[in-house]
Design a protein around this ligand. Structure first.
Ligand SMILES: Nc1ncnc2c1ncn2[C@@H]1O[C@H](COP(=O)(O)OP(=O)(O)OP(=O)(O)O)[C@@H](O)[C@H]1O
Ligand SMILES: [Mg+2]
Length: 457
């Protein structure tokens, strides 16, 4: 009898056919959405307006992953939200089935293959790498060793001009009080191997720009991670006269989107030398500030862009003496919401509101440049809807890009089945096919006989 382990149960899940192996589920329960490849059977379940990701996996692993994801969520780390684990499954004739881990489908998320098709620029690859590096550093800061860093174990969301990465696969994850250098290095070693494979795969599929070398990309990840980590946690020593460097360090971390919660400061007895090291760091500097001021939940770069516009609004409208919260309220009423009102209801599935606002700001900048005058925000919003937004695919539950270039998936619910018009038939292993009667007596290895069989002679 199936059992549900859940913090927030959705009763509509209970009557689903849990006594059927996930791969055999009737398609009327499923939604075909793009996703990364996986070792386990993964399907998206559609329930009215809600979509869940279901992964069929060994009982202990499903519960472990559920708990990991729950802890990550509590700590505010970007990851998918666990919904339930269904255990105790068996078919009608009593054959036991693996458990199913259910997570909420991350809306507006894009699996990496979608972002790479067709022919990705080095700028975009750099943005994806940065997003992944930031996610890994955030996880390491809270003592989480991922154990399986890869592009297909992350989901990417648009974040102003770049991307934000969210963790999707926590099966191999482990929480520690803090990570040793060796544990972090091990995580990165796994990342290098996985990502090298993924970049080579993209290269083989013609999706990687010929100017991009998988090895160079993998080294770039390593370098950027090390740079970020030492900026976040490194020791800085300076003469006592340069005490302002403490504030500079805090400012640099804020610019990167982090806040120092605990800074360790030691000075020599005579105050001639100071040593600082951030000990506790919280991510989400801008998104927390925007949420405090407006209640909006956004990605970090989106928050940075919106806050910048809020500061501009404050300056341009001469409200610098008013308190920040009041100005933020007015900015919402006079800038953000009027733009949102220009967006027709049916276009809201295209992009998240904060991303739309960011793109309207970009559009206004370009049209102001072209026209040599300041284009008002509402005019820019109408132009953006007409010229840009209507042409975009829906990304809330993007299914248009299931077709990769001209290739159509063989099974729209499972990318591991490849593409319809791929003429690569499964590789033939002559040792596996045909009967073995004409094979030599296996006392010795008759290479010539095996070759003849392989050639069909
Ligand atoms: N909640 C979710 N929202 C959106 N996509 C999801 C979600 N859960 C899973 N996916 C998609 O399904 C894919 C496979 O999921 P996952 O990586 O958990 O499977 P796996 O079998 O454990 O993978 P691996 O082969 O790495 O062990 C992901 O790459 C992602 O694209
Ligand atoms: Mg995976």
């Amino acid at each position: 009898m199936p059992r549900f382990l859940s913090a927030t149960p959705d009763t509509r899940l209970i009557p689903l056919p849990w006594n059927v192996g996930l791969a055999e589920w009737p398609t009327h329960h499923l939604v075909a959405l793009p996703r990364g490849i996986s070792r386990h059977v993964v399907r998206f379940i559609g329930l009215d307006n809600e979509v869940y990701a279901a992964k069929e996996v060994h009982d202990a692993l499903a519960i472990h992953e559920y708990r990991m994801l729950h802890d990550l969520m509590r700590l505010g780390t970007p990851s998918v939200e666990p919904v339930a684990v269904v255990t105790g499954r068996s078919t009608l004739d009593g054959t036991p089935l693996d458990s199913i881990l259910l997570t909420r489908h991350l809306t507006f998320s894009l699996p990496y293959r979608q972002l790479f098709s067709p022919g990705v620029t080095s700028e975009r690859v750099g943005q994806l790498i940065d997003a992944l590096v930031i996610l890994v550093a955030r996880l390491h800061l809270i003592g989480f060793k991922w154990g399986d860093i890869s592009l297909s174990n992350a989901l990417f969301r648009r974040d102003a001009g770049g991307f934000a990465a969210h963790l999707v696969d926590a099966e191999t994850g482990e929480f520690h009080t803090s990570l040793t250098d060796g544990q972090r290095e091990h995580d990165l070693m796994i990342a290098r191997t996985n990502l090298f494979g993924e970049f080579c795969d993209l290269e083989a599929g013609g999706l990687l720009d010929p100017g991009l070398d998988p090895l160079v990309l993998v080294n770039m990840i390593d370098r950027r991670y090390q740079e970020l980590w030492s900026e976040l946690t490194g020791v800085e020593e300076f003469p006592g006269a340069e005490i302002h460097r403490i504030e500079h360090r805090a400012q640099r971390l804020n610019d990167l989107g982090f806040d120092i919660a605990e800074l360790d400061i030691t000075t020599t007895a005579d105050g001639s030398s100071v040593r600082i090291q951030p000990k506790v760091i919280d991510a989400g500097h801008h998104s927390r500030r925007l949420q405090r001021l407006t209640g909006m939940t956004t990605e970090e770069n989106q928050a940075r862009r919106l806050l910048h516009d809020l500061d501009e609004y404050r300056r341009a409208s001469g409200q610098t003496r008013l308190d920040e919260a009041t100005v933020a309220h007015r900015w919402l009423q006079e800038a953000f919401e009027p733009v949102m009102r220009e967006i027709p209801e049916d276009l809201f599935a295209k992009l998240e509101p904060a991303q739309i606002f960011h793109e309207v700001l970009d559009y206004r900048w370009f049209s102001s440049e072209a026209q040599g005058r300041e284009v008002p925000l509402d005019v820019a919003a109408r132009g953006y809807v007409r010229d840009v937004l209507t042409q975009r695919p829906d990304e809330e539950l993007s299914d248009v890009q299931l077709v990769e270039g001209d290739r159509v998936p063989a099974n729209p619910y499972d990318p591991s089945h490849g593409y319809l018009e791929d003429d690569d038939t499964a590789p033939v292993d002559p040792w596996e096919t045909g009967d073995d009667d004409d094979l030599p007596d296996p006392d010795f290895l008759d290479i010539a006989a095996l070759r003849r069989k392989a050639d069909g002679r």
